[in-house]
Design a protein around this ligand. Structure first.
Ligand SMILES: [Zn+2]
Length: 312
């Protein structure tokens, strides 16, 4: 992962929405990046988020940018509003009694990797009721081999063992938490569907996930949890690294029990193999679609956009 990233695709500016795409407020709207700027996104939906919703989406996006993907972003020089890249990153050492010790490691020694969760198909599309025991949730990483990670961090491991008196059984240079990841997936998918189809073309299904404000903890809102289980999923397969694409979003329509649903497919970090996800963003309102602008009228015109990037 020792290369820097250069975003080469042109920015995309969609038509202004004029309403908050999450709560429909009409005052003090600001522009919304469909994929966060911090993850390299440059497709903008102008006038699309109110201050209250922006506060919530900003929190989980910050968690991804400054915590889960922080070392990857810093090493690969992802776009950043303030490029104050740190000198040290955290590594978690897992001890024999399952407790953890977090240690700061200088950037040069930090074994940077991409860590994601791969998900199985969502309950609506698989037709299976959600069962937490059978749903695929697979940790996946792309980085130096585990033995090498362990070897590089051996001096730190020795120190942790010396201070704690316990054996180290694992090291984890990067993590991601499922809930903020699902919130970010929902936000990107919902914003993209609004950009392509218009705000009133579908009945939104994942806004409860996006707006469930539970930083650093598990969600407690039953509606949000159910929406996550029913509408957010992915593929547990392994994918080849894509040479030129950083992220790719595409829209499709799926019919389930006679109803048409808009589904957004997201391939994140394709350049590193990455993970493919899908979010059922809403039930289509076919009448509103018929009345919409001609460019949006045909489902055949459903969009697909990529953030292109090169290793520089
Ligand atoms: Zn709002």
């Amino acid at each position: 992962m020792n290369f820097e990233l250069e975003i080469v695709s042109a920015p995309v500016n969609y038509d202004a929405v004029g309403r908050c795409i999450y709560c429909s407020a009409t005052e003090h709207l600001s522009d919304e990046h469909i994929v966060p700027l911090s993850l390299g996104g440059n497709w903008v939906l102008p006038g699309a988020s109110c201050p209250k919703c922006r506060d919530v989406t900003g929190k989980f996006e910050l968690e991804l940018a400054r915590h889960f993907f922080w070392s990857l972003r810093a090493k690969m020089r992802f776009p950043s509003r303030k490029a104050d890249w740190p000198a040290e990153f955290f590594v978690d050492f897992i001890l024999e009694d399952d407790s953890e010790v977090r240690v700061k490691v200088p950037v040069a020694r930090h074994p940077t990797e991409l860590f994601l969760y791969k998900l199985g198909e969502c309950a609506l599309l698989s037709g299976q009721p959600f069962d937490p025991d059978t749903r695929f949730l697979r940790p996946w990483r792309n980085g130096p081999p585990s033995e090498l990670v362990r070897a590089v961090l051996l001096p730190y491991e020795a120190e942790v063992t010396r201070l704690s008196g316990k054996r180290v059984v694992g090291v984890s240079p990067s993590r991601v938490a499922l809930w903020p990841l699902c919130q970010a997936l929902s936000k990107m998918a919902h914003a993209y569907a609004v950009a392509e189809l218009g705000l009133f073309s579908f009945r939104p299904l994942v806004t409860p996930v996006i707006l469930n404000n539970v930083r650093g903890g598990d969600p407690t809102n039953g509606i949000a949890i159910e929406a996550m289980q029913r509408y957010i999923g992915g593929s547990v397969e392994r994918f080849e690294e894509h040479d030129e694409v950083l992220h790719q979003l595409a829209l499709r329509v799926v019919q389930v029990e006679g109803k048409d649903y808009a589904v957004v497919d997201l391939w994140l970090f394709a350049l590193l193999g990455g993970a493919k996800y899908h979010v059922v963003v809403g039930e289509l309102n076919n009448e509103a679609l018929r009345d919409a602008a001609p460019s949006r009228a045909l489902l055949a015109a459903l969009g697909k956009v990529s953030v292109a990037a090169v290793r520089s």
